[in-house]
Write a protein that binds this ligand. Structure first.
Ligand code: DX5
Ligand code: ZN
Length: 220
């Protein structure tokens, strides 16, 4: 699976969002990570469909939407219409996970399934052979700028082994507390889609993305 960086716009400067997207694209980011928070599944509230619809098509980037929302099945069609390409839901938020993944596919998107730091990899079992991407949270979902939880590396390795053993081709995305300084460990553990918010949008965006791209391609 190819290595990719997915800048999380949660840490962007929203008055310059369009320009900043272009900067990440020019530096080589093929994905944009779009964090949706409902104030229920997580304490905070972020942004939703209208913002996605307004940035969709501004760049060629893949819209990688991370729903931190209770019962996300309620919003699958809305996010498809707004322009999501990959729609990721949380195991912990879904009453019927299999039905939710099936609905994401029926609406023409790729499905992602995520687990919080205290949720075991085994919780992914029901959807292991029908999901294009698995997202291991390496911080408690809800806020940018938190410290990477080191035990996440074991979960990435466990999931990678499980997928390899079953001969399942799926992306492993990791989200939270990733910087130039620790991204190699995350890649070495088996991840190939790297979410970074603070490490991309604090400082020079193009240089930050290029720094990640160099490490990603050196570890392909
Ligand atoms: C946290 C979000 C992340 C967040 C990552 O709930 O899912 O995508 O933006 O931010 P950093 O890279 O700053 O930890
Ligand atoms: Zn996220």
């Amino acid at each position: 699976m190819r290595n990719r960086i997915a800048p999380s716009i949660l840490s962007a400067d929203f008055k310059r969002l369009g320009e900043q997207l272009k900067e990440t694209e020019a530096a080589g980011a093929e994905y944009i990570h779009f964090d949706v928070m409902d104030g229920m599944f997580v304490p905070s509230i972020s942004f939703g469909m209208p913002v996605l619809a307004s940035i969709k098509g501004h760049t060629q980037q893949v819209m990688d939407v991370h729903l931190m929302v209770t019962e996300p099945i309620r919003y699958v069609e809305d996010f498809a219409k707004a322009g999501a390409d990959i729609l990721t839901v949380h195991v912990e938020a879904c009453e019927n996970l299999v039905e939710t993944v099936d609905k994401i596919h029926a609406c023409g998107m790729k499905a992602g399934v995520s687990i919080k730091p205290n949720t075991p990899v085994s919780a992914l079992e029901p959807v292991l052979d029908k999901t294009e991407m698995f997202l291991i949270m390496s911080v408690e979902p809800g806020f940018g700028g938190q410290a990477f939880i080191p035990e996440s590396l074991d979960k990435i390795r466990e999931l990678k082994n499980l997928l390899d053993t079953r001969e399942i081709q799926a992306d492993i995305e990791v989200d939270g507390g990733i910087y130039h300084s620790n991204v190699k460990e995350v890649l070495d553990a088996g991840a190939n889609v790297i979410v970074a918010g603070s490490a991309v949008f604090k400082g020079n965006v193009e240089e930050n993305v290029k720094g990640f791209m160099e490490i990603l391609s050196a570890n392909e």
